[in-house]
Design a protein around this ligand. Structure first.
Ligand code: NIG
Ligand code: FE
Length: 413
């Protein structure tokens, strides 16, 4: 298939590029204007400016996409889409003035979702979760990371992992799985967090590893949840099973989560709403990706993580949705792209790089997701006609997706 007369192809990278940091997020994530793009058997096989377009082969499909742009499919590297029911009651409590921490402290929040999930059958949990996955696929997500963390006991965490494994088969979206047993202290261990961590390390982790599905380990290393010492213990135990860390850090306080993540060579440190200058510098010097979640700031009214300063300090910045029932009940990466521009002051192509290539890097999938380049699988979104690529995050609620290419699958809107 050949697509011609594109206004622009965005997210074009050199073949060796797997992530982009600092100023390279703009210079290395190129736009080709007035372009053509050729796809064969689910792969991109050529692209260039219109004056270089080859003649379509006999019988080759030819789409004249006048005024459209192509951007990489979104790579959402931080979600919790496997959950039961919702938490709309807490939404109303928050409007009335309760904070996320107050709701958690009274036994709501994550524990509320854990109660619901424990009562939900695996099939019912799958059916609720696959509806969310299909929804975000239709909104342009081509790869997604999904965490456990609403089970908080071994059978329920295993149930979550089985659902994630089924989700990986259910749609063309590429799925990565993360074990987040340390999302909150389970109710049975209230007031005994160290005993809960003992249980995680000696009982739950071996069972999770035996299931063979979890790519990563995560810990909510933050005020009121798990300390850096507890986090380190879990990460070291998980390392024996080959599970690399991705850490929830500095959402609620300067919590030591960033230092713990970097010391353990975490793939990413996520949230970072309360990060200080020294911690930004530390991340800038490390290989740990700074993943920021503007949807949680939007929904909870928290400060936005300092993405602009992080890029200017040389960090590899990724943006993700954090889709979950408590702090971000939306997995819409179109909105995340727009918030990255509007609230975090990233330029449109920097924010797009953070939502695509660097998100894919935060799932170790960036050889095949997050960029448009000859030789890579075709994972991109074709827009409706737009006046310019930056029109998309500017006009942030206007529908713009025409169709999504995920390998050999084409999802029409
Ligand atoms: O990333 N902060 C910890 N975990 C989720 C929220 C989970 C929930 O409230 O259900 C987050 O924001
Ligand atoms: Fe999260």
């Amino acid at each position: 298939m050949i697509i011609s007369r594109l206004r622009a192809v965005c997210g074009v990278v050199e073949p060796h590029v797997r992530r982009l940091a600092g100023a390279d997020m703009l210079s290395g994530f190129r736009t080709v204007e007035n372009a053509w793009l050729r796809i064969d058997d689910g792969r991109i096989v050529g692209l260039g400016t219109m004056d270089t377009m080859p003649a379509p082969g006999s019988g080759e499909e030819h789409i004249v996409a006048e005024g459209a742009v192509a951007v990489p499919a979104f790579a959402d590297s931080h979600t919790h889409i496997v959950y039961a029911g919702s938490r709309h009651g807490e939404f109303v409590d928050k409007i009335r003035g309760m904070s996320y921490e107050e709701i958690a402290a009274r036994g709501g929040g994550i524990l509320n979702s854990a109660d619901r999930l424990r009562q939900c059958s695996e099939d019912e949990l799958f059916s609720q979760s696959v509806a969310r996955l299909r929804e975000v696929m239709d909104k342009g997500t081509g790869a997604i990371e999904i965490k456990t963390g609403y089970g908080l006991d071994t059978p329920s965490e295993l149930k979550m992992l089985r659902v994630i494994a089924r989700l990986a088969e259910a749609t063309p979206v590429r799925v990565r799985a993360t074990w987040l047993g340390a999302h909150a202290v389970g109710r049975e261990y209230a007031g005994r967090p160290d005993d809960y961590v003992d249980m995680l390390v000696t009982d739950m982790l071996p069972a999770i590893a035996a299931e063979g599905v979890a790519d990563y380990v995560d810990v909510f290393c933050d005020a009121g949840f798990f300390t850096p010492a507890q986090t380190a213990r879990i990460l070291e135990a998980a390392a024996h099973y080959g599970m690399k860390p991705k850490i929830h850090a500095n959402e609620l306080a300067v919590s030591g989560g960033v230092q713990t993540a970097v010391a353990h060579h975490a793939v990413s440190a996520d949230h970072l709403e309360r990060i200080d200058t020294a911690e930004i510098a530390l991340l800038g010097l490390s290989d740990t990706i700074a993943t920021m979640l503007p949807g949680a700031s939007f929904f909870l009214g928290m400060p936005y993580a300092p993405a602009r300063r992080a890029v200017d300090s040389g960090c590899t910045v990724a943006l993700a949705s954090d889709y979950n029932p408590g702090s971000s009940p939306s997995g819409d990466m179109r909105m995340v792209w727009a918030l990255g521009c509007i609230k975090m002051k990233l330029l449109p192509m920097e924010a797009l790089c953070a939502c695509t290539l660097n998100g894919a890097a935060a799932m170790e999938l960036s050889d095949s997701y997050g960029a448009i380049a000859p030789g890579r699988p075709a994972n991109f979104i074709l827009s409706r006609p737009v006046p310019a690529p930056e029109f998309i995050p500017y006009s942030y609620t206007t529908p713009w997706i025409d169709r999504i290419f995920l390998g050999n699958n084409i999802i029409k809107q």
